[in-house]
Design a protein around this ligand. Structure first.
Ligand code: ACO
Length: 403
């Protein structure tokens, strides 16, 4: 006889918490988040202050090294990053192997993972600090190059090389949008708006992609492999892919005649799998503080750029209808950061497929900081348990006797 209780109980007590809704995986001193009160702080600094006064690279330094950089530290950090923006020419061969039309997220995660081949010293992250630090700088430096190249591959255009006379975001925009033999001047309004969006996305404690980075990193895989895994986790529409899904949803509503009520009802219908993209959040149950900042930025940017887009009118209508609907009020479903980020990206002329890539660019310093913290804490390999519910024990039956 088989003791099922023994088999099921395995050793010790196991908590079942699908989606890890109430399970802490680590202690962390990087990002403070209070979902009830809508508070978000990086290393103790308010997100509102950082979004208004800081720059993306300064925030990256803060998240990764734990303090705001001095002038000398900041200069060295930005100089180091600028030095490493170029990528090995052989990476272009990998890029060329992708069909055009490939989704840039898949290309991005592959190119990031390919860095393990170009910098094999990263394969052993237990090695010296200097090697780890260089990997961190390389990641920050090459990410915009890869992101822009993933886009160029998608549209079938030749790639642009980095222009190190430009700041981080302007360089990215130029690599992405400049065409051969055509002058391209980066609009400072666009560059500033992008910088702010990256700051708002830079870290968000133990979300799906960050937990992925930490779990993969806990096996002592290379930082490049860990970040590549994080990019894949971010890709899904319930996480970073939501900003793309928002615009696709708004376009679908417009194509259907623009009846927002109809789609609101679809989202409420439990027999329909449709959800209002950009609404709801696992931890923010009153409001998403990033959404508040970004909503204002969206209004400013749209006004400055003189954008008049019917899809944006649908967004406003939908937001108003949902905020006044009992279903959404009862479940505390508010627009999240991605509802508005998609709207700004669209106004900035960024194609929909690239929205999640920009989220990955913004989240990179957070992933790096979390990977570094996991390593410095000496955390054990991530290995959740389960409660087995399958057959207990069966005798093998050869194929000719199975009927
Ligand atoms: N539209 C309609 N109903 C919704 C939505 C939505 N967008 N979000 C949640 N609900 C409903 C659920 O059906 C559920 O209803 P019930 O209690 O009657 O069963 C209730 O609200 C709670 O939803 P859960 O799925 O349990 O909430 P959870 O915390 O697991 O999910 C999530 C959060 C994934 C963000 C969810 O709200 C969602 O799918 N939103 C749309 C996708 C999205 O915008 N994702 C971006 C997240 S932000 C980011 O990644 C940066």
């Amino acid at each position: 006889a088989i003791d099922i209780a023994k088999l099921r109980g395995q050793s010790g007590l196991i908590t079942i918490d699908p989606g890890f809704k109430n399970t802490g995986s680590t202690t962390s001193s990087i990002t403070f988040l209070d979902g009830e009160q809508g508070i978000l702080r990086y290393r103790g600094y308010r997100i509102e202050d950082l979004a208004e006064k800081s720059s993306f690279l300064e925030v990256a330094f803060l998240l990764i090294y734990g303090h705001l950089p001095t002038q000398a530290e900041y200069q060295k950090f930005t100089r180091d990053i600028t030095t490493h923006t170029l990528v090995h020419e052989d990476i272009k061969k990998i890029l060329d192997g992708f069909p055009s039309n490939s989704h840039p997220m898949g290309v991005l995660s592959s190119l990031i993972c390919s860095l393990t081949a170009f910098y094999p010293e990263s394969l052993d992250p237990t090695r010296n600090e200097e090697a780890v630090n260089l990997s961190i700088i390389r990641l920050l430096a090459k990410m915009p190059t890869f992101a822009a190249w993933a886009y160029k591959n998608e549209v079938g255009h030749p790639v642009n090389y980095p222009d190190n006379s430009l700041d981080y975001c302007s360089n990215f925009l130029k690599m992405m949008f400049a065409l051969p033999a055509e002058r391209y001047d980066v609009d400072p309004v666009v560059s500033k708006a992008l910088d702010q969006l990256l700051i708002l996305h830079a870290d968000h404690e133990q979300n799906c992609s960050t937990s992925t980075v930490r779990v993969v990193g806990s096996s002592q895989a290379s930082i490049y492999a860990s970040i590549s895994a994080g990019i894949n986790a971010l890709w899904g529409p319930l996480h970073g892919g939501a900003n793309q899904a928002v615009i696709e949803m708004l376009e679908a509503i417009k194509a259907d005649g623009g009846d927002t009520k109809k789609f609101l009802n679809k989202a409420k219908d439990k027999n329909d799998s449709f959800r209002l993209m950009g609404f709801g959040h696992r931890v923010y149950k009153n409001f998403d503080p990033r959404a508040k900042i970004i909503k204002k930025a969206a209004d400013d940017v749209l006004a400055k750029l003189g954008v008049n887009d019917p899809v944006l009118d649908i967004a406003k209508e939908l937001e108003h209808a949902a905020l006044n609907d009992q279903y959404f009020v009862d479940r505390k479903l508010y627009p999240n950061v991605d509802f508005y980020s998609g709207i700004i990206y669209r106004a900035l002329g960024i194609p929909t497929d690239m929205f999640t890539v920009l989220f990955a660019m913004g989240r990179l310093p957070g992933w790096i900081a979390q990977w570094k913290e996991m390593r410095e804490n000496g955390e054990p390999i991530g290995r959740p348990r389960q409660v087995y519910t399958g057959e207990t024990e069966r005798d093998y039956v050869s194929m000719n006797k199975r009927g």
